[in-house]
Ligand binder design. Structure first.
Ligand code: ATP
Length: 759
């Protein structure tokens, strides 16, 4: 009975959908905005009641076949959107549209390509998620239709965040999909990927699927989105995006970013068709959110940690996001500050963490007041609630990076503050930020040196107490200098401006007793033989070149890896291990957020643990333990069986026979061992006695020589006495018995011990 009823309901649902789709198609077509137009400014007067009335009137008109122009709408429910999308938006609390949403959604709904730019935190995600859902809905897309939409984002975290928005706004639609992020192996994804309607992923993973997944089919793709488009089209992802574009049909394409690319060459690569250039804040006086208060301080390199510590100590009730330039620095500052206990919870985040750990840390940071030390993995797109301060301890690589970093605060009409520390050697960056075309209202403040807490001594003490932190500090030092060295913008980043004294002062500010030896290398394709000889490299495949500007006194430290510098963002943001999370593979819960800190702790404590390793005195002696391929100990009998039954069949009787033989052999060996032991004990005892005898004899001789004739008798007596008591056991029955008893007791004890060990 149930089945036909369910079928009936489904059929009714389908026909309702079909009716709605017909209506929506007509509405979208009739009321579409003219190409190149922007929405008029919203009228200030409309109250909530007015808005509801207008929305009802719009819906009634549409139902009656009269379609309003939707290009001027201010609310989601005035748009030609499906009921499922509108209901989900309302439930999620989205009513009024943001500027970028007002400007982009109407054009996107009628199938146009979009190149959208708007300030950080202005709601760009919804501006592409809504058109994606509507496009698939109006195309009557279902699970069986396969991949209908691909959304590409630069990081796994951002992909996960976008997918969360899709889940929220598209939950009534029932499309399949997911964010392909670091979790399970690619093999698991291969099974599923063709069944996903919406894929959110990093370019690297998508290319991997094009390479490795047989029958990965994107031929029916309907819509493509590139979030953080300027980064997608630039150096790091350039080749991957080119591959993706070559593998998919030309479809509607939406590009969004807070700092949009204007390069025709870049745009030509994604093959946009008469795109709508939507830059809602182009006329705005600032490129950063209006509610963001920004200031900069010129801080010498060696004072940066003191400054950061002092800042944190004075803002214990704030949520602070701190940007550093490398993983090693993040780890070092996090570990050191944690040990110095500033009085506020600390967290750290970088691309070397497991995706689940990152997610859990982000979730925790969302909820609580704390300080998060992060690399640039956090700089773009991530939407964290109520960050009070963004502090940039290390200089961003560009003005665009600065804008994205500070954009983690003051999101969607909220207030926020940012602070950047720049070394005197990096003042050029300040000029760039203050330049009129950058549109960044930034105040320069003088640091109050007298208020600074000096923590270098405390750090040094910590390094003495925890020697592994010293190693971490050394690496933090080197990776920082490397991060400066590899930057392309030499107007800002020029190591030659730093003196050897600067380096020494910086090292000591990290608590390091001596300045680590450093040599900065870059990979050079066509280095001359002379170059190679200069730096002592003879057989390496990759030729390294020493920075001609770098201090020639800097020596080599080849042990230090350079792979955690943020410059190759690919490595940190587009990691190779991903997994799928989404409708088909729900989020894992209860992730241990302490995992990473535990890992760091483990790293720090490793040698100490090693020291504590002790020999287990209770382990059985003389038994050779065998292990299988997975490292599990094999039962001795089973290993025996393996040896005996070479044909792969276990002969039980043979095993027991062999076992009995071995037991007999062992018992005989045991007997022999015991006898041997007894003998050696006896010999030892005799030697001891002989030694004593000799000693006593020497003493007696010496006394008799000293005491002359009178003492001759005494000497004889003593000698006799000595003989009697110590030298000749047989002369003294009582003493001999005692010694024998003692010997017997010791032998018995030794035998008992031996027996135990063999048992
Ligand atoms: N119409 C809206 N009404 C209320 N809140 C909104 C609206 N649109 C977006 N938001 C909220 O604004 C915040 C920022 O949105 P979003 O992450 O999409 O910004 P963004 O422009 O993509 O930022 P970034 O450039 O940093 O990636 C989110 O918390 C989102 O929920």
């Amino acid at each position: 009975m149930r089945r036909p009823q369910r079928r009936l309901v489904a059929k009714q649902g389908r026909s309702q959908d079909a009716d709605e789709i017909r209506l929506l198609e007509a509405w979208v077509d009739a009321g579409k905005p003219r190409p190149g137009t922007k929405p008029p400014p919203p009228s200030e007067s409309s109250s909530a009641a007015d808005a509801r009335r207008i929305a009802r009137a719009v819906a009634a008109k549409a139902a009656a076949g009269e379609y309003s122009e939707y290009g001027a709408c201010t609310r989601f429910d005035e748009l030609p959107l499906s009921k499922k999308t509108k209901d989900a938006l309302r439930k999620a609390g989205y009513k009024e549209m943001s500027e970028i949403q007002r400007a982009a959604i109407p054009h996107a709904l009628c199938g146009r390509d979009i190149l959208g730019a708007a300030k950080t935190g202005s709601g760009k995600t919804l501006a592409f998620v809504i058109p994606v859902l509507e496009k698939l809905y109006r195309a009557k897309w279902s699970k069986e239709d396969g991949v209908g939409c691909i959304i590409i984002s630069p990081t796994n975290d951002l992909a996960g965040q976008i997918w969360d928005v899709i889940r929220k706004v598209g939950k009534l639609h029932g499309f399949s999909g997911g964010a392909i992020v670091k979790r399970t192996g690619i093999d698991d994804e291969k099974e599923l990927i063709n069944r996903l309607n919406i894929i959110v992923c990093t370019p690297g993973r998508l290319v991997q699927h094009f390479d490795e997944t047989p029958n990965f089919d994107c031929s029916q793709l309907q819509i493509l989105v590139l979030d953080e488009a300027d980064q997608m089209l630039h150096r790091d992802f350039q080749s991957q995006v080119d591959i993706i574009i070559s593998q998919i049909p030309k479809v509607q394409t939406l590009l969004f970013s807070a700092t949009q690319t204007k390069s025709i060459k870049d745009l030509a690569r994604v093959n946009l068709k008469n795109p709508e250039y939507i830059s809602v804040h182009e006329q705005a006086s600032t490129a950063t959110p209006d509610n963001l208060e920004q200031c900069a301080m010129i801080v010498p390199l060696e004072q940066k940690l003191n400054m950061l510590w002092s800042f944190i100590r004075r803002h214990l009730k704030s949520k602070i996001l701190v940007f550093l330039s490398s993983v090693k620095q993040v780890k070092f500052v996090y570990e050191i500050f944690k040990k110095l206990r500033p009085g506020i919870p600390l967290k750290c985040m970088h691309g070397r963490m497991k995706y689940e750990v990152q997610q859990a840390i982000v979730a925790e940071f969302n909820e609580s007041t704390s300080v998060m030390f992060s690399t640039d993995i956090f700089a773009r797109g991530l939407d964290i609630g109520d960050v009070d301060w963004v502090v940039q301890v290390d200089c961003p690589d560009s003005v665009a990076s600065y804008i994205h970093r500070v954009g983690r605060t003051a999101r969607y009409n909220k207030r926020g503050k940012s602070l950047i520390f720049l070394c005197p050697e990096e003042e050029r960056m300040l000029e760039k930020l203050k330049a009129t075309e950058s549109k960044i209202p930034i105040n320069v403040k003088k640091p109050k040196v007298e208020l600074l807490d000096q923590i270098s001594q405390n750090i040094a003490a910590m390094l003495v107490k925890f020697p592994n932190l010293q190693q971490l500090g050394k690496r933090a030092f080197v990776t920082y200098l490397k991060s400066v060295y590899i930057q392309k913008d030499k107007e800002v980043f020029d190591l030659s401006r730093f003196s050897a004294e600067n380096f020494a002062a910086y090292a000591s500010s990290l608590g390091l007793p001596v300045t680590p030896k450093i040599r900065f290398v870059s990979h050079k394709k066509n280095a001359s033989k002379k170059d190679m000889e200069d730096i002592g490299v003879k057989q390496k495949a990759k030729v390294i070149e020493i920075n001609p500007q770098a201090n020639r006194d800097m020596l080599v430290d080849d042990e230090l890896d350079d792979d955690d510098i943020l410059k190759p963002k690919k490595a940190t943001t587009d990691a190779n291990i991903y997994g799928l999370h989404g409708i088909l593979s729900p989020k894992a819960s209860g992730t241990d957020t302490n995992m990473e800190s535990e890992k760091v702790k483990e790293l720090v404590d490793r040698p100490l643990k090693k020291k504590k390793l002790k020999i287990n005195v209770h382990r059985p002696v003389g038994i050779r333990v065998k292990y299988d391929d997975e490292g599990n100990a094999i039962d001795p009998l089973a290993s025996l069986a393996e040896e005996v039954g070479s044909e792969g069949v276990i002969h039980k009787d043979k095993i027991s026979q062999r076992y009995a033989e071995m037991l007999r052999e062992m018992q005989e060996d045991d007997k022999e061992d015991k006898a041997q032991h007894k003998k050696s004990l006896h010999e030892k005892k005799l030697q001891k006695k002989l030694k004593l005898k000799r000693k006593r004899q020497e003493e007696t001789d010496a006394v008799s020589e000293d005491s002359g004739s009178e003492s001759d008798t005494g000497g004889q007596n003593m000698s006799y006495k000595g003989k009697k008591k110590y030298l000749n056991d047989s002369d003294d029955d009582e003493g001999g018995d005692e010694a024998k008893k003692l010997l017997a007791q010791q032998e018995a004890l030794a035998l008992k011990l031996l027996g135990k060990m063999h048992d």
